[in-house]
Design a protein around this ligand. Sequence first.
Ligand code: UDP
Ligand code: MG
Length: 311
Amino acid sequence: MIYLVIPCYNEQEVLEDSTKKLASLIGRMQGEDMRILFSDDGSRDETWNIICKLHHQYPFVEGIRLAHNEGHQKALWAGMEAAADRAEAIISIDADLQDDIEVIPRMVADFRQGADVVYGVRKERDTDSAFKRLTALTFYRLMNTLGSHLVYNHADFRLLSRRALLALLSFPERNLFLRGMVPMLGFNEQTEYYNRLQRQAGISKYPLSRMIALAMDGITSLSVKPLRWIGAAGVCSILVAIGVIIWALVQHTTGHTIPGWTSLLVSLWLIGGMLLMAICVLGEYIGKVYQGVKRRPHYFIMDSIGREPEK
Ligand code: UDP
Ligand code: MG
């Protein structure tokens, strides 16, 4: 069977409507045993009750409920781990169905023809604000410069075959940045393009602060280049300092008195700022190591529905 894995956090406004749309899609996909697995990421609203209701309404709806809000990536991870026991493939998609569900049959067709990873890629981002588009573009550029390969305009709408899923789940790392990890798998990759739609209802659960956190996570869990940049910045600042010393000596020998304190103050601030920045980047990585060695579980499942073992 093929699982649609859907992380949901406070999605009471969209869940029923989304499920109805998916149900009609599943009805059209003759010959495929499609299931929906909701991963409730510790929602504080009616989300879990709605999932239970939907399970009684639609036999193919299942759910797990995390004990705490762990964030999109971990909720998705939890859903994928839960689905892994039965799924021959999984498709991850957001609860608000901003990603065009008409792509799902195409993904499944690719899978039937031997694809292990099918990326859903947005053609354009008309429905996103100019700000979101700019920040996203900057982020992709930055990530590529940093040497980790992201599929441009691909978020977390993708199909994974069973072997790709098991390979992904075997990554032991604690810091999850799935869209950076999947391209490391290899296997047979395919891409399907679609237009991203508006969120149907409710508000985005990804405010700027979360976007920045995700970007930082992406950078520091996939690349060590920022550490080298610190080194390069250090070398540059030493070169500047040497230049200033030479200049000061020349000024001194030609008899100019230097008022001095401006340049001193400037360099003080400059060096101070660079040091703080360097410490901050180092701290990020040490934090990652710290999180990593603790090996805390990603999540705890508090409830589940429709997950009884198959007879
Ligand atoms: N989500 C989640 N946990 C969180 C935040 C978000 O499971 O802590 C889910 C959310 O329910 C949705 C998906 O992640 O299914 C993407 O969130 P959203 O649509 O708000 O993000 P955007 O599309 O604005 O980037
Ligand atoms: Mg969304």
